[in-house]
Design a protein around this ligand. Structure first.
Ligand SMILES: Nc1ncnc2c1ncn2[C@@H]1O[C@H](COP(=O)(O)OP(=O)(O)O)[C@@H](O)[C@H]1O
Ligand SMILES: [Mg+2]
Length: 244
């Protein structure tokens, strides 16, 4: 048996008196699209902050392909191939697309920025996501919400992310743009990238996830393949922790 891409074991997180995570185990296999579901306050974002290096856990371990890791920062996680896309996307809206994709890790040739190569590679990453943006000099604030998600994902690909984590990526988007984000997730899956998706939208989850883990009050109460789940049965599982 090969080790899963990510193994979380007995993860605990406390904020003052709040026990946000009370010993959560989660394996994420390479190539899976794992949805994390649960009510507000269940601990979904806390779990993601631990995997993404934003917060250190108060207990438990993280392994990447069987090796224990300790992420001191999101940059540590990025270097290990774990990229997190937050709801605000952390893009610089007035800057061109290519610059956003290479932000913080620009390509250089001798001491100069290699702009032609960054433009070219930006086009390639976006093409990989099947997003037709011909002009990578466009400022991000001229793009639709779905296209902005694509830019944020392209930045993750630029770091050779093997795991892309998305926390409620469609929460602020309309129907058409949400569809575009689901298509992006499908493209990542097709290309073999592993995805963790947090979503309240049961219809979206059953559409794109291969597996569903459900948190309730800081504990995992269910973890099962998504195949065979309807949006209704998933909603019931989230509410009660059991199938109808
Ligand atoms: N920075 C924080 N400070 C204090 N309490 C927090 C903080 N972040 C989350 N919590 C609490 O931890 C619990 C889990 O929150 P969270 O992980 O955000 O849940 P979810 O993403 O599932 O809605 C909640 O009770 C929440 O109020
Ligand atoms: Mg949350």
């Amino acid at each position: 048996m090969t080790a899963p891409l990510v193994r979380l074991a007995a993860i605990r997180k406390r904020y003052g008196a709040v026990d946000a995570l009370q010993g959560v185990d989660l394996d994420v296999g390479a190539g899976e699209v794992v949805a994390i579901c649960g009510d507000n306050g269940a601990g979904k974002s806390s779990l993601i902050r631990v995997v993404s290096g934003a917060h250190a856990p108060d207990g438990g371990t993280i392994e990447i392909e069987g090796r224990a890791v300790r992420f001191g920062s999101p940059l540590d996680a990025l270097k290990a191939g774990v990229a997190t896309i937050y709801q605000d996307l952390a893009l610089a809206p007035r800057q061109p697309i290519w610059q956003n994709i290479f932000i913080g890790a620009e390509l250089t040739r001798s001491i100069l920025l290699d702009k032609p190569r960054m433009r070219e590679e930006s086009r390639r990453y976006l093409a990989r996501l099947r997003i037709g943006i011909a002009d990578v000099d466009r400022a991000v604030d001229t793009l639709s919400g779905g296209q902005r998600q694509a830019v944020a994902i392209a930045r993750a690909l630029r770091w050779n992310a093997r795991l892309v984590i998305m926390d409620e990526p469609t929460a602020a988007l309309g129907v058409a743009e949400s569809r575009q984000v689901l298509d992006l997730i499908r493209e990542l899956h097709r290309a073999g990238t592993t995805v963790i998706l947090i979503s309240h939208n049961m219809a979206e989850v059953v559409e794109v996830a291969t597996r569903v883990a459900i948190l309730k009050g800081g504990r995992k109460v269910a973890d099962r393949p998504a195949a065979g789940l309807s949006a209704d049965s998933l909603a019931h599982l989230v509410m009660t922790g059991t199938l109808q």
